[in-house]
Design a protein around this ligand. Structure first.
Ligand SMILES: Nc1nc2c(ncn2[C@@H]2O[C@H](COP(=O)(O)OP(=O)(O)O)[C@@H](O)[C@H]2O)c(=O)[nH]1
Ligand SMILES: [Mg+2]
Length: 630
């Protein structure tokens, strides 16, 4: 596909017999009714499809049935459309399914449309003028306000050119669907093609798919290989969001796949039966009671749902509120998906809304933060959303869980997480897998750990310290190992705890002071180090504790043991390496003991053990009476 070509999905809408299918045929040359029964009865029962390429725009038309009995088929086709072609016959004007289809488009968040005043050959000029006024009144204050109303006749072909121009202009205003997100294709048909096997079709919702890809069929989770692809009736290597797409799948019978199932990127999305949503009720609908049953439609799926209103007994006509939907069947939903609800009986469209949290928790009285959380999901920036998600997950949240809820790709999540981590609002406890925890929760865990280590000292004064395992166990089994490790690391860096062999300890204030004294004594001495005994003897703590501190400093490599009774500060040894390097540059790579003593200003007592240490470190090599500086 060339980059200049734009793919647009156009859905028809309108009352039965207003000329939708005939108009699609007049535009594309393809009659969209494809079932024998449809042809025999002259009505559209299920979705029909046709394509048109016109001046740099590829249109995929989804023709829907107008009969009230088949609105559910209409719904399967309406999700994913970019542009509605609202068909109104000049001789009948606004009829019940004109209203219902239009409501559905509005609730699904369709942003643009063109109105076709069809059968204009059957109406005189005055009638057409009147029709125009009535339609303008009908769409006032909606997304179709100001949309072109094009008079057409499929019979005389009058107005078709104007209609194409109107479609093209509307198409220009439509922003391309998100091809960068994960692949998602809600399936509207599954059939077998002789010699090819199973083929499914649908409107490609997001992302892209290519021949040879492994995709996942949800809800079953079966992994399937894409054997071939078609868009717009032509074989292609790759299909993108916004295209009508037919996928030839290897390794599955077409009868195992049904409308409502979803093809998606492998291992990314999950199904759900409980979603928190913003629910909007149409002004003409009766009030909706808490726990009412409804027909739920999202993507191409239809199922039954129970509505749990959040903090209300009922939803008034024309009103909107937060609710939890409990679904009878597994649905693939992510934040931002639109849906439609229809009354349980008699079946009419009563409202719709937007998914906020597709993996909602059960309602509990304790959960007081829910409304605020949902408000953030609805209105917040991605920073806000990620932060609130982390705050609501005491144990931290993984990239995988964030993807399932939002459909965001991992790269987006990582960069948002880094921004929040820089602002100290969030802690990245692990990068692979990415695990995030709210900073406040993380600090709490750190505090708990520290308190546990201190209590251990009090309760077990004779033991060296608490073990890692014991400390971890004190958090309970539900803290992730990555979080524990990160909290431990933080406490170590803050010097609030210290590792003593396999034990974790905290140091008393006098011990911290003593440790500082030891460090300073060796740091100040440079290479002319004092005897260890001397240093320890000056401390105001007993020998056992000072020995322990010395061990810790050696383990932390602040101090380095060079021989049985000589210990140096790490910085002093670094400085010595620097001196040797300089010597080598000026005087060559050989140095004898006298020269070494002169260079460092130390006596033989220190010089010999130091040279032996340097040999062991492979900084020098003994050659007769001399050393070669390496
Ligand atoms: N006179 C006239 N009849 C039309 C026109 N468009 C469609 N029809 C007729 O109206 C009837 C219903 O058309 P159809 O496309 O099936 O309507 P749909 O139910 O909206 O898809 C058919 O008999 C068509 O031949 C038109 O522009 N002029
Ligand atoms: Mg039709």
């Amino acid at each position: 596909m060339s980059n200049s070509t734009k793919s647009i999905i156009v859905g028809t809408a309108g009352h039965i017999d207003h000329g939708k299918s005939t108009l699609i045929e007049a535009l594309t040359g393809t009659h969209p009714d494809r079932l024998d029964e449809e042809k025999r009865r002259g009505i559209t029962i299920d979705l029909g499809f046709a394509f048109l390429e016109d001046e740099g725009v590829r249109y995929g038309f989804v023709d829907v049935p107008g009969h009230e009995r088949f609105v559910k088929n209409m719904l399967a086709g309406a999700s994913g459309i970019d542009l509605v072609l609202l068909v109104i016959a000049a001789d009948e004007l606004i009829k019940p399914q004109t209203r219902e289809h239009f409501d559905i488009c509005r609730l699904l968040g369709v942003q643009r449309g063109v109105i076709a005043l069809t059968k204009s050959d059957l109406a005189d000029r005055d009638t057409r003028e009147l029709a125009r006024m009535e339609i303008e009144e009908f769409v006032k204050g909606t997304f179709l306000a100001g949309a072109p109303i094009v008079e057409v006749s499929a019979k005389t072909r009058q107005g078709l050119t104007e209609l194409k121009t109107a479609l093209r202009e509307a198409a220009r205003e439509i922003s391309a669907k998100d091809t960068g997100r994960y692949f998602r294709l809600p399936i509207d048909r599954s059939f077998a093609v002789k010699g090819f096997g199973s083929v499914v079709t649908g409107t490609l919702f997001s992302g892209h798919v290519a021949v040879g890809d492994e995709v996942e069929l949800l809800p079953s989770g079966r992994v399937l290989r894409v054997r071939g692809l078609q868009t717009g009736g032509k074989s292609v290597e790759r299909a993108e969001a916004g295209q009508r797409t037919a996928v030839n799948l290897a390794g599955i019978e077409h009868t195992a796949i049904q409308r409502g199932m979803v093809l998606t990127s492998r291992g990314r999305l999950r199904t759900t039966r409980r979603a928190d949503v913003r629910l909007e009720l149409l002004p003409g609908a009766p009030a909706l009671k808490h726990r009412a049953q409804v027909h739920f439609h999202a993507g191409t799926l239809e199922t039954i749902g129970e509505v749990y209103l959040l903090g209300a007994r009922e939803l008034a006509p024309g009103g909107s509120g937060l609710a939890q939907l409990r679904l009878q069947d597994e649905a693939v939903l992510v934040r931002g998906d639109r849906f439609i609800v229809r009354q349980f009986s008699p079946v009419v469209t009563i409202g719709g809304g937007v998914v906020l949290d597709p993996l909602a928790r059960r309602f509990t009285a304790k959960d007081t933060g829910r409304a605020q959380f949902l408000a953030t999901l609805e209105m917040g920036s991605s920073d806000d959303i990620l932060r609130t998600m982390a705050e609501r997950h005491v144990l931290g949240i993984t990239a995988e869980e964030i993807i399932v809820r939002t459909g965001w790709i991992e790269g987006e999540i990582q960069s948002t997480a880094r921004t929040l981590a820089d602002k100290k609002l969030l802690r990245i406890v692990s990068n692979g897998p990415l695990i995030l925890i709210a900073e406040a929760l993380f600090a709490e865990i750190g505090k708990k750990l520290l308190a546990r280590v201190e209590r251990f000292h009090k309760e077990n004064p004779l033991l060296p310290g608490i073990t890692r395992e014991e400390l971890k166990a004190s958090l309970g089994r539900r803290v992730r190992p990555e979080t524990f490790a990160a909290a431990l690391q933080m406490l170590l860096e803050q010097k609030k705890i210290t590792l003593h062999g396999e034990f974790i300890i905290t140091l008393a204030p006098e011990e911290l002071r003593a440790r500082e004294q030891i460090t300073q004594a060796f740091a100040k001495a440079g290479l002319a180090v004092p005897s260890v005994k001397e240093v320890l003897a000056q401390l105001k703590i007993e020998t056992a504790r000072s020995e322990k501190l010395l061990q810790i400093l050696l383990r932390e490599k602040v101090l380095v043991r060079v021989s049985a009774d000589l210990i140096f500060h790490h910085d002093a040894l670094d400085a010595l390496s620097g001196l040797l390097a300089q010597y080598k540059k000026l005087k060559g790579d050989r140095i004898g003991v006298p020269a070494f003593k002169e260079l460092t200003g130390i006596t033989r007592k220190y010089a010999i053990p130091l040279l032996e240490y340097l040999d062991r470190q492979r900084q020098t090599r003994r050659a007769g009476d001399e050393r070669v500086i390496l």
